[in-house]
Write a protein that binds this ligand. Structure first.
Ligand code: UD1
Length: 347
């Protein structure tokens, strides 16, 4: 098949384009080479056209005989402050809207969208007394005094986390998360209008070789890895007990290949899948594994916190296993150990 991959010079986009080629697909890659993701002035690598998804005319030419679009282009990260809002809105919200309009004009009806677990906000929680509850937002006073777990909104008692299914409510908490929800909603609207089919892959915390090194927009695994390379201890926020699912980029590529090959008539509208390893770890455990694997200094638990952070997000991998035949193959123990000494972009 002929696949147009947006964001094809990025960490996940480049790996996905390579994976699709290895599966015999004809890949057309494009990338805007944004400064937040690439060194200033960097040019698109060979085989990738330097082009912004907001350029509708150029897009239409590329889409003329495409079978599927794999939309990986996005401004990523948490957002440093409100000054980042327009960046997320223009690259992610507007970029996706322009892409979908161009797909409609070119009659391309299949889309795989790179979404994120950030669409869920806080994960799912259970109270011994009140069953499944939506936790109240964490209070600044609690965070300051080291109370990091969100309490039951009914009785203030401690909660335990449970696996997040794709049917969970979308509760974005950051500008980036809001833009990922918007992308899914635009894709849903496009699917309804155009009889389009979309698989949205909700990536959990992706890591692996080629991950961008420490920037304000990097994920925690790259931040820790870069600190260790400078022989500095990873700085673990909160009490280190916050839980995430770290999924290796090779597994994310496998999920993308499966989605590109599967998206079709049996999908109506937008079908979301969690893309995760199914083996959650705490951020403290992750820091320890990486530090030990490169014989670096032990992590320091700082008690600092970030206002937009969520406490525990752990997804169920079952829907992707059933619907896509996708199960991650690289567990965090093996993958994170290898990542501790893997090359990063810009390192
Ligand atoms: C991350 C990505 C998000 C992506 C999502 C799913 C970033 C910034 N965030 O969200 O874009 O969609 O995974 O793939 O890329 N922490 C520390 N020390 C640090 C930095 C962070 O302990 O130096 C902690 C944070 O407080 C948080 C956890 O690590 O509890 C994860 O942080 P991070 O990777 O930045 O964000 P996620 O919310 O997991």
């Amino acid at each position: 098949m002929r696949i147009v991959v947006t964001g094809a010079a990025g960490f996940i986009g480049a790996a996905t384009a390579g994976g699709l080629r290895a599966h015999g697909h004809d890949v057309v890659g494009l990338d805007a080479m944004l400064d937040v993701a690439h060194p200033p002035g960097a040019r698109a690598p060979e085989g990738v056209q330097q082009m912004d998804v907001r350029d509708a005319d150029a897009l239409r030419l590329l889409l003329a005989d495409a079978d599927v679009v794999s939309h990986q282009a996005a401004m990523v990260g948490h957002g440093v402050d409100a000054a980042d809002f327009p960046g997320y809105a223009t690259h992610n919200d507007l970029g996706t809207a322009v892409l979908l309009a161009a797909m409609a004009a070119s009659n391309v009806q299949r889309l795989v969208l790179a979404s994120s677990m950030v669409v869920y906000g806080e994960g799912c929680y259970r109270c011994d007394r009140h069953g499944e509850v939506v936790p109240a937002a964490r209070r600044a006073a609690d965070l300051r005094s080291g109370e990091f777990d969100p309490p039951c909104p009914e009785c203030d008692r401690a909660l335990s986390w449970c696996l997040v299914p794709e049917t969970a409510a979308l509760r974005p908490r950051s500008s980036y998360a809001a833009s990922k929800v918007a992308q899914e909603h635009y894709a849903q609207a496009w699917a309804a209008l155009q009889d389009g089919r979309c698989i949205a892959l909700r990536y959990h915390n992706v890591y692996g070789p080629g991950m961008p090194a420490d920037t304000p927009y990097s994920g925690v695994a790259a931040i820790f890895r870069s600190a260790l390379r400078r022989a500095e201890a990873p700085r673990v926020y909160e009490d280190g007990g916050q839980t995430r699912d770290f999924v290796h980029v090779d597994d994310v590529v496998a999920a993308n290949v499966a989605a590109v090959e599967d998206v079709g008539d049996h999908h109506v509208g937008l079908t979301p899948y969690n893309v995760c390893s199914g083996a959650p770890v705490t951020v403290g455990q992750m820091a320890t594994v990486i530090a030990q694997a490169c014989s670096g200094p032990e992590p320091v638990v700082t008690g600092e916190y970030r206002a937009a952070d969520v406490r525990h997000v752990v997804a169920s991998p079952e829907a992707a296993a059933k619907g896509l035949g996708f199960r991650a193959r690289i567990g965090p123990e093996t993958g994170l150990r290898e990542f501790a000494t893997a090359p990063l972009r810009g390192d």
